[in-house]
Design a protein around this ligand. Structure first.
Ligand code: BEZ
Ligand code: FE
Length: 293
């Protein structure tokens, strides 16, 4: 009988002795997942050789991460975000044909039930910030317009806060809206230029970032979920390429293809045409949906 089968644990056979305990009746996918995790975890511990104090520090970090998590705050997702794991899982699950728009992280600030609006509506309910006009088309990989696509949009305000982070300060559903495309696949709406903001950093994940000498900021962006039956759902952002954090997003969400041009428009005729009273930013971007596999 192999020594590991006898169940005696040694530093050398630690991986086998743990994995060989998994029952043959265990769900095969769970077995596959746990076998890999045990192997990689033991390999990491063998390479790091933590002291008992260091291991206890790791346990306390995870304990604090759990304590910080509730119905409103998901500290484990933040941990996955800042370690690049959220983006990796997203990349693995959204491999698309070339030409299709790319996904990025959902983030914790999406809410269901945002108001359904007419094309052209202004989602800035408090009128604060620099005005922005966003337009584009929802098309398929052949360039054909997709009608009846649902576009769910949300973003932070000029101070870098989402409405849900400032209850009583911002109106509910500020800078959120759901739109539906017509036959031409076009979408357009008014808003306010977003700004960079820190991910919630008042918990253990924020402390870890600081200890690693990393900042907690995400570059200015606005979020989209574009859905249409028969097509893969696109969960993505558009980024301001001139933002100071564009090359160091705390959650690694930036992709080159998701940078939009934020053009400052000062032309008085165009300003009046859009019902603005001051120069505004114009963003034009087409989203290409891939057919469902
Ligand atoms: C966001 O873009 O809303 C976001 C994404 C990941 C972590 C925190 C915020
Ligand atoms: Fe965001």
């Amino acid at each position: 009988m192999a020594k590991s089968k006898e169940g005696y644990f040694t530093e050398e056979n630690s991986i086998d002795v743990v994995n060989e305990r998994i029952s043959e009746q265990c769900d095969p996918r769970l077995k596959e997942v746990m076998t890999v995790i045990v192997r990689k975890l033991h390999e990491a511990v063998k390479e790091i050789e933590p002291t008992q104090d260091e291991w206890m520090q790791a346990i306390m970090f995870l304990t604090q991460t759990g304590h910080k998590t509730d119905d409103w705050r998901q500290e484990f997702i933040l941990l996955s975000d800042i370690l690049g794991v959220s983006m990796l899982v997203d990349a693995i699950n959204s491999r698309r044909p070339s030409g299709a728009s790319e996904n990025t992280v959902l983030g914790p600030f999406h809410i269901q039930g945002a108001p359904q609006l007419e094309m052209g509506a202004n989602i800035s309910l408090d009128g604060k910030g620099e005005p922005m006009y966003v337009s584009g088309r929802i098309i398929d990989t052949q360039g054909n317009p997709i009608s009846g696509a649902q576009i769910d949009i949300w973003q932070a305000n000029e101070d870098g806060f989402y409405d849900v982070q400032q209850k009583g300060i911002q109106p509910d559903f500020n800078l959120r809206g759901v739109f539906h495309t017509g036959e031409d696949g076009k979408y357009y709406f008014k808003s306010a230029k977003p700004k960079y903001y820190p991910i919630p950093d008042d918990g253990p994940v924020g402390k870890l970032l600081a200890s690693l000498g990393r900042h907690p900021y995400r570059p200015a962006h606005f979020h989209y979920i574009v859905q249409k039956k028969g097509y893969e759902t696109l969960t993505t952002h558009l980024f301001d390429p001139d933002d100071e954090y564009i090359h160091s997003d705390a959650v690694f969400g930036v992709k080159e293809s998701l940078m939009a041009d934020f053009k400052r428009i000062e032309d008085l005729k165009k300003i009046a045409e859009h019902g603005f009273t001051q120069p505004y930013f114009e963003v034009e971007y087409d989203f290409v949906l891939a057919r469902e596999k």
